[in-house]
Design a protein around this ligand. Structure first.
Ligand SMILES: NC(=O)c1ccc[n+]([C@@H]2O[C@H](COP(=O)([O-])OP(=O)(O)OC[C@H]3O[C@@H](n4cnc5c(N)ncnc54)[C@H](O)[C@@H]3O)[C@@H](O)[C@H]2O)c1
Length: 257
């Protein structure tokens, strides 16, 4: 039997970017813990394809939602209110890879990276807090990035300077929101993945392994499932006294604390 301390039965959880590697794994983990999951993505086809491969994926409510569109978010929240009446957790997972130089990169691309990876985390959180969580509390889990948020642009990581900038903002935003949300009983935490084998890397796992595994103390790149468990933990009763924290899940590639 699953311990109630570490699971989320009957909770309603909204996951963004659920058509991607990490998002789909997070959906699967919440479903297997008995949660109602609203799985959203800007790319509806990718969402349907990803969840078709996930065990129990058919139990998720799938909806198209661009995280930068207030109209889309409101439409999804209306559906949540109608169907479940409440929202217990939001996982801000949607993100894009980008590799622009801050000094000489394409401004439109940099703005887009910041809008999706950082601005939308605030937008979704704000709307969800006002609509659902201010009254009954809740959990927000933001997916940041381990290597990319440390002020260093390594030539072996996925993104460039604009991506790093966007993820550093996610980590700071997590702490600032945690402070503002605490009086409402809302815990806000971040998960900072290391190198995780997903479509974001745009190459087969063996190539990602060959490129990165030698620099990872645990000797392998991560799988989306390596990230999913901590997202469930941060929405479960076991993490009730944790807020404003960034949990690095990176095989030891970078050791913080
Ligand atoms: N894979 C890694 O190594 C890694 C490392 C650190 C952090 N991350 C972060 O993890 C999160 C998930 O990444 P992933 O590796 O699963 O990537 P992925 O490309 O597999 O999935 C990202 C998903 O986000 C969706 N998306 C993009 N723009 C969107 C928008 N405007 N609105 C809604 N959905 C949108 C995409 O359609 C896609 O399905 C991202 O925030 C990413 O930055 C990934």
């Amino acid at each position: 039997m699953t311990s109630p301390l570490f699971s989320t039965p009957g909770n309603t959880v909204l996951v963004t970017g659920a058509g991607g590697g990490i998002g789909a794994a997070i959906v699967a983990a919440f479903l297997s813990n008995g949660a109602n999951v609203i799985a959203t993505d800007a790319n509806q086809d990718a969402l349907e394809r990803a969840l078709a491969k996930v065990e129990g994926g058919e139990k998720a409510v799938t909806m198209s939602m661009d995280v930068t569109s207030e109209k889309d978010i409101e439409r999804v929240m209306d559906a949540v209110a109608q169907r479940f009446g409440r929202l217990d957790a939001l996982v801000n997972n949607a993100g894009i890879k980008s590799a622009e130089s801050l000094l000489s990169g394409d401004k439109a691309k940099i703005d887009r990276t910041m809008e999706i990876n950082s601005g939308a985390v605030l937008l979704c959180s704000k709307l969800v807090v006002h609509r659902f969580m201010k009254e009954s509390g809740g959990r927000i889990v933001n997916i940041g990035s381990s290597l990319s948020s440390q002020g260093a642009v390594f030539n072996y990581q996925a993104g460039g300077a604009d991506y790093c900038f966007s993820k550093a903002v996610v980590h700071d935003l997590t702490k600032l929101l945690a402070y503002e949300c605490a009086p409402f009983g809302i815990n806000v935490n971040g998960v900072a993945p290391g190198i995780i084998d997903t479509p974001m890397h745009g190459r087969p796992r063996e190539e990602t392994e060959a490129r990165h595994a030698g620099r990872i103390p645990l000797g392998r790149v991560g799988s989306p499932e390596d990230i999913a468990g901590i997202a469930v933990f941060l929405a479960s009763p076991a993490s009730a006294y944790i807020t404003g924290q960034i949990v690095h899940v990176n095989g030891g590639m970078l050791m913080n604390g």
